[in-house]
Design a protein around this ligand. Structure first.
Ligand SMILES: Cc1cc2nc3c(=O)[nH]c(=O)nc-3n(C[C@H](O)[C@H](O)[C@H](O)COP(=O)(O)O)c2cc1C
Length: 176
């Protein structure tokens, strides 16, 4: 923890300009309590493709360090072609051998047109790397484009309550 603040690393699974996942990530982060500090990881697209026969690239060392130093990781991702976006899966693959996600509290929001395949697949990958995803710290938001207003914000009170529930469960899993 940093100056007694809980350190959260936020990762969007989308590299796109005007990404809906990044919008949801930022709005979810705004629901975090005052005793947290958020760092957005914005270098997902610069991570080399996974290949552990090479010397570990500097970008990977940096990513692993950010995950290791974070008290918890908040991931928001879309679904592409029935799966987790390759760039996000690539980043997670880089931690399989080095173990930064082992027992790490993680929250997962999948925001997509449908999204159930990516959501299930990401949770499976996180279980492979023994991340700690609390029961209530996961949420699938289908039809995401229809739920965002022109500013890229969710206004629906029921959905906002679901996002707050994810945040609360996530922070509790860190404080345990
Ligand atoms: C290349 C591509 C593939 C997609 N495939 C799926 C899919 O298989 N399932 C789904 O639910 N949505 C799919 N979508 C829709 C996205 O989930 C949706 O447009 C989402 O808002 C994109 O998130 P982003 O703006 O954060 O990248 C796809 C979108 C793109 C661009």
């Amino acid at each position: 923890m940093l100056n007694n603040k809980i350190k959260i690393l936020g990762i969007s699974g989308s590299l796109r300009t005007n990404s809906s996942a990044t919008s949801v990530l930022k709005q979810t982060a705004s629901l975090l309590p005052a005793n947290t500090v958020l760092q957005l990881y914005e270098e997902l697209g610069r991570l080399p493709h996974f290949d552990d026969s090479l010397e570990v690239p500097a970008e990977v060392i940096h990513f692993r360090q950010l995950v290791a130093e974070a008290d918890g990781v908040l991931i928001c991702t879309p679904e592409y072609a029935f799966g987790v976006p390759g760039s996000l899966k690539n980043a997670l693959d880089w931690t399989v051998g080095s173990g930064e996600f082992v027992h790490k509290p993680v929250a997962v929001i999948t925001a997509a047109s449908v999204g159930k395949n990516a959501h299930a697949s990401l949770l499976l990958t996180l279980s492979a790397i023994t991340a700690n995803v609390a029961e209530d710290a996961k949420l699938l938001i289908p039809f995401i484009r229809a739920k965002l207003n022109k500013k890229g914000e969710i206004n629906d009170p029921a959905l906002l309550a679901d996002m707050q529930r994810v945040v609360n469960a996530f922070v509790s899993s860190i404080e345990k």
